[in-house]
Ligand binder design. Structure first.
Ligand SMILES: NC(=O)c1ccc[n+]([C@@H]2O[C@H](COP(=O)([O-])OP(=O)(O)OC[C@H]3O[C@@H](n4cnc5c(N)ncnc54)[C@H](OP(=O)(O)O)[C@@H]3O)[C@@H](O)[C@H]2O)c1
Length: 252
């Protein structure tokens, strides 16, 4: 059989994210077949061409606002049919948002919750339903260490990512008997367009190319909730243990 028939079938929801692109390149080198979903048709075409140059057997693009799908179940089913099944589903899209704007304008607040949680939850449910039915495959979701403890600077983003982690953890529990899996990755600081407004540098920051192999490995692993890089597990343990009277004196 040719590579076009044997390569893993990969759906990337939020294929234009920097971390998504770096992760997809690893699958491309293995001859994967892709559905790439994102908002910008032109950029999707560019990512598809890059992945094909790196070894992808095929790339189909779906240009859509993932936070505004009328029916995520139907849209997801269409993607799976187009691929003839699915082995890996990655959910990468997200919105850090502006907390100050969200305090002034509830529409901005709603957007943070809708992009990071409500719409993502619908795609996760759609993916889990298909994976459970076929009894194989994995859903890997980009969550965040921000969901481990509420902080004054990003309470909405943190809450949405916290909810997303718990949702994926619950889906992993539900999928376990079927042979399919779900993984929430609590990602730390990555130098991408999303963090353009942050002061970067130092040992806690990594590049998309550094985090991608870890995500690729977690997709084939057994753990339903993981930190990437690993040291965030211990950093967040300490942060969670700081007593509130002390924590409230920080500007985190
Ligand atoms: N970077 C970090 O430090 C960090 C830390 C923890 C977790 N994460 C998570 O990792 C994931 C990937 O982020 P990244 O760092 O790679 O950032 P990024 O390069 O800025 O990617 C975010 C992507 O989400 C897409 N997106 C947002 N709303 C969308 C919508 N409604 N429909 C379709 N696409 C939409 C954006 O598309 P457009 O280009 O069209 O705007 C963008 O491509 C996110 O879920 C993020 O929360 C990142």
């Amino acid at each position: 059989m040719s590579r076009a028939e044997t390569g893993a079938r990969v759906i990337v929801l939020g294929a234009l994210s920097a971390i998504a692109e770096a992760t997809a390149r690893l699958h491309a080198a293995e001859g994967a077949r892709f559905i790439l979903a994102g908002r910008d048709e032109t950029r999707l075409g560019q990512v598809a061409a890059d992945l094909e140059a790196r070894g992808a057997a095929s790339c189909l693009c779906r240009s859509l606002d993932l936070a505004a799908a009328a029916d995520s179940y139907a849209a997801f089913d269409e993607m799976v049919e187009a691929l003839g099944g699915v082995d890996y589903v990655y959910l990468f899209y997200g919105l850090l948002g502006d907390q100050d704007a969200a305090e002034r304008d509830l529409a901005a607040a709603r957007d943070i919750v809708r992009v990071n949680f409500s719409s993502a939850a619908e795609w996760c449910l759609a993916a889990a339903r298909r994976l459970q039915a076929q009894g194989s495959g994995v859903l890997l979701v980009a969550s965040s260490v921000a969901g481990d403890r509420g902080r004054q600077s990003k309470p909405l983003y943190g809450a949405a990512k916290s909810g997303l982690t718990v949702l994926v953890q619950g889906l992993a529990h539900r999928l376990a008997p079927s042979g399919a899996r779900a993984v929430a990755v609590k990602i730390g600081f990555v130098d991408t367009p999303m963090t353009a407004g942050s002061a970067k540098g130092g040992p806690l920051w990594v590049t998309p190319e550094q985090i991608a192999p870890k995500l690729r490995r977690f997709a084939d692993g057994k753990r339903p909730v993981v930190y990437a890089p690993w040291f965030w597990r211990w950093i967040m343990l300490v942060i969670r243990l700081v007593p509130a009277p002390i924590f409230h004196r920080t500007k985190l």
